[in-house]
Design a protein around this ligand. Sequence first.
Ligand code: HMG
Ligand code: MG
Length: 298
Amino acid sequence: MTAARVKLVEVGPRDGLQNEPARLTVAERCALIERLAEAGFSSIEAGAFVSPDKVPQMADTAAVLAGLKLDSPIGYPVLVPNERGLDAALAAGAREIAVFAAASDTFSQRNIGADVDASLKRYEAVVRRALDAGLLVRGYVSCVAGCPYEGPIAPERVEEVAGALWEMGCDEISLGDTIGVATPNTVLAMLDAVADRVPVAQLAGHFHDTYGMASANVYAAWRAGVMTFDCSVAGLGGCPYARGATGNVASEDLVWLFKGLGVETGVDLARLVEVAHWISQRLGRAPASRVAHALAPH
Ligand code: HMG
Ligand code: MG
């Protein structure tokens, strides 16, 4: 069953900015998030409570949250790698967090300083405390198709990690093709395995566009029943711990795709394209998406 309405989670202000060489001010990060909210996104990843030495672009996430209307119906999830991150998120008034595990030990070790099993143990306490505090919790699994260090990843390994996060109580599991190596057949095989442990309606697709396959992968996942997709305005993004990874699928591409399919996203394409050009200009780059170029304001 395909969904007539999908939820797009805009991750540009986190996944996008974390890998841009230019550092935005807190006011600029807030302005980006506000413009994306005005374009119609109901969920916008606002930042990360991680080590500022590791990801300096995400420093001052507490100040970003302080500049947002956190009691609005829009969700502003923030990444949390450990209990210290959770403490900071709670103190900043976050109502939604995302923990981030991986299906590859090497990637996990380099990204968060712990192998997969150790990270899941760490997340048990984080998720329990977050749920007790009434927060919504997303669980990410990275490297669902391939790892920059270990190569192809077996669907069964993704199933184990996604299942563990789901059984901890995560509300939604976002499946990350961190380095964009998936193609529709590998996406379907991976989803088939994960669906043994997690209801498909609670899964999200998070496809990086390194090889230009992200839209095809979204389409395949949507046909398989997935209803939530992560995307990044102007295709900003990547991952500092995944060499060669480029941005997420551009939000404009997904809004265009779903518009063509007659599927509601709630996002105004013209306004989104304006945001794509505005943020790209500020970052000194061109939007990565063809849709942003095709619909460029004159
Ligand atoms: P560590 O070095 O393994 O552990 O870091 P540590 O406990 O020894 O901490 C090191 C330093 O970080 C210490 O500071 C801690 O105090 C500090 P120092 O004593 O050296 O001055 N620290 C913190 N600072 C701020 N906030 C915290 C925090 N915790 C410890 N919460 C840690 C472990 C997880 C903190 C570190 O490895 C880290 O911050 N990693 C960043 C990971 C990251 O943000 N990666 C990018 C996001 S994931 C992604 O992009 C994938 C995704 O998009 C899905 C996909 O595409 O696949 C989600
Ligand atoms: Mg990502």
